[in-house]
Design a protein around this ligand. Structure first.
Ligand SMILES: C[S@@+](CC[C@H](N)C(=O)[O-])C[C@H]1O[C@@H](n2cnc3c(N)ncnc32)[C@H](O)[C@@H]1O
Ligand code: SF4
Ligand code: SF4
Length: 360
């Protein structure tokens, strides 16, 4: 079962911690010490991550994404980063940019990440306080951005839109243009997943309704688009693409994540040391720190059920605009083949909007 002919662990994610200095209300992964204890888990040590990096390099990993939680929160971040950087990976770092120290900058000047993805949560301290429970979060973010942008790294600026920062969206877009020039686009993520792997926030409580989400596009806040390219409908200013073909709604038998790279050429190792095909997963993992990376990678496809068609999706007229995938289905419904109502409503709203615009 689940035989895939060509798999290679080209791209990996190391989620170095689940903890964070911010407490974003929608965070899907954040845990604190009390929750770590309750889950009866532990973070992996400095040497464990460095040893793991050696193993993944030997197994063929080229791109390594370091994320969290907030990776810079770890007192040993510099030690881990330096060791990993010396191994020659193409490193991407995801950060909220509020914990950039002089020590970290010295290290980054020596070994710049290939790419830095910074998430911006608002355009004022009051929004950071409301959403992230951090009174001076915006000031710290600005300080961090000023430092990180002196590096030669590729730079991506992103935001995740929920109720508490929706009204800051245009100010964040303006900030991006002023700081990086008119061509730089603030990457907007509207898709808020339910919390996973014991994350303590209640993500669904703060996400916009599907109607509000799509209204953001319709109102021009997320710039209206529209162009059809290579069979995909693109919405400029968003990281979303609408494939005009089947996407994640599995219709054939075979490997569960056959429509994306999860478990085929990418993997995630979470803060507690579990390996998943995709970072959105809560179930279906192997244990690379216990059995070794190579064995954990080889065993990974066996953790997931075979794909099969989903009757309700087969007959669904909104399917071309549906962003669901097995991981989202699992997070939303507890079932890899469940019907994720929130995402269904989104797809319906997108369909209706495009219909009104006479795009479809
Ligand atoms: C979990 S954070 C970890 C890296 C870093 N702390 C940061 O803020 O970028 C990674 C990304 O996930 C986004 N995110 C947080 N909660 C989410 C959710 N419930 N659904 C989808 N994305 C979420 C964040 O806004 C951020 O862009
Ligand atoms: S989304 Fe990122 S910055 Fe916010 S609490 Fe989660 S890990 Fe921290
Ligand atoms: S919108 Fe819902 S029913 Fe339609 S394809 Fe997507 S998940 Fe299936």
């Amino acid at each position: 079962m689940n035989k895939i002919q060509h798999r290679t662990p080209l791209n990996g994610t190391f989620e170095l911690t689940g903890r964070c200095n911010l407490s974003c209300k929608m965070c899907l992964v954040r845990v604190d010490q009390a929750q770590i204890k309750k889950l009866k888990k532990r973070e992996r040590t400095t040497s464990e991550w460095i040893q793991m990096a050696k193993q993944v390099a030997d197994a063929g990993t080229l791109g390594l994404l370091l994320t969290g939680g907030e990776a810079m929160l770890r007192p040993d971040f510099c030690e881990i980063y330096e060791a990993i950087a010396k191994m020659g990976f193409l490193i991407t770092l995801y950060t909220n940019a509020t914990m950039v120290t002089e020590k970290i900058m010295d290290l980054f000047r020596k070994y710049p990440p290939h790419k830095i993805g910074v998430t911006m949560y608002g355009a004022s301290n009051s929004t950071y306080e409301k959403l992230c429970d951090c009174k001076d979060g915006y000031d710290r973010f600005i300080e961090g951005i000023e430092q990180l942008t002196t590096l030669p790294s590729l730079f991506e600026i992103r935001t995740t839109i929920v109720k508490d920062n929706r009204s800051d969206l245009s100010a964040m877009q303006q900030f991006t243009k002023e700081k990086f020039g008119p061509d730089k686009v603030l990457q907007i993520s509207r898709f808020i997943s339910k919390s996973i792997r014991g994350g303590i926030a209640c993500a669904e409580r703060c996400r916009l309704s599907p109607e509000e989400n799509v209204a953001m596009i319709d109102s021009g806040l997320v710039e209206t688009y529209h162009k059809v390219k290579n069979g995909e409908l693109e919405l400029p200013n968003t990281i979303e693409k609408y494939p005009l073909k089947r996407y994640g709604t599995a219709s054939e038998s075979g490997y569960l994540f056959q429509n994306c790279d999860a478990g085929i050429n990418q993997y995630t190792i979470t803060w507690d040391g579990s390996m998943y095909a995709c970072e959105l997963m809560s179930e279906g993992c192997t244990k690379p720190f216990e059995v070794g990376f190579q064995k954990a990678w080889e065993e990974l496809p066996n953790c997931y059920p075979e794909s099969h068609s989903i009757q309700v999706c087969e007959q669904c007229q909104y399917e071309p605009f549906c962003e669901s995938c097995p991981a989202i289905r699992k997070a939303e419904t507890g079932d890899f083949f469940g019907k994720p109502d929130y995402f269904c409503a989104e797809a319906r709203c997108i369909y209706n909007m495009l219909k009104e615009m006479h795009v479809i």
